[in-house]
Design a protein around this ligand. Structure first.
Ligand code: CMP
Length: 139
């Protein structure tokens, strides 16, 4: 089925001017960027977005990192987009990521791992609605 998923190009990647190179990976994989904006998150917004990780030891590090530079939030659309995006990103920890994946090529560490992608249909719906209104989504 044609799906939509929420992607974030994280501060380590925006800082190194890699937005275009990351987007090329998505497009080469057949994913279409149907909405996109560069924003500066607040700590409150980052905490709300990552609320499910609140009790994790890395929560503070994660949220501080996400506000350290602007991020690019985007909606990717395509056949099986949620899983396809996860394949293009590669494993969370770049040390475990396959050749050719975004995290293998660009990520610096498990925290500074260049991209986020929704991990389920429910997460995709929630995360897209967190950043975009229906009016901003043009298939
Ligand atoms: P992401 O897909 O954005 O979802 C949660 C994030 O937490 C994850 O990517 C990682 O970047 C981050 N994360 C996971 N484990 C660690 C860790 N041990 N230290 C710092 N950040 C982590």
């Amino acid at each position: 089925a044609i799906e939509r998923t929420l992607s974030i190009i994280k501060p380590d990647a925006t800082k190194r001017n890699l937005t275009g190179k990351v987007n090329a990976k998505f497009e080469e994989a057949g994913l279409r960027i149907v909405a996109q904006k560069r924003i500066q998150l607040t700590l409150a917004q980052a905490g709300q977005f990552y609320a499910e990780h609140k009790e994790r030891p890395f929560f503070g590090e994660l949220t501080e990192f996400m506000v350290s530079e602007p991020v690019v939030v985007q909606v990717l659309e395509g056949e099986g987009a949620i899983l396809k995006n996860r394949e293009v990103m590669g494993a969370t920890n770049p040390a475990n990521a396959d050749e050719g994946t975004i995290r293998k090529e660009f990520a610096l560490s498990v925290g500074e791992n260049s991209v986020h992608g929704s991990d389920s249909e429910a997460a995709a719906a929630r995360e897209i609605a967190f950043f975009f209104s229906g009016l901003e989504l043009v298939g």
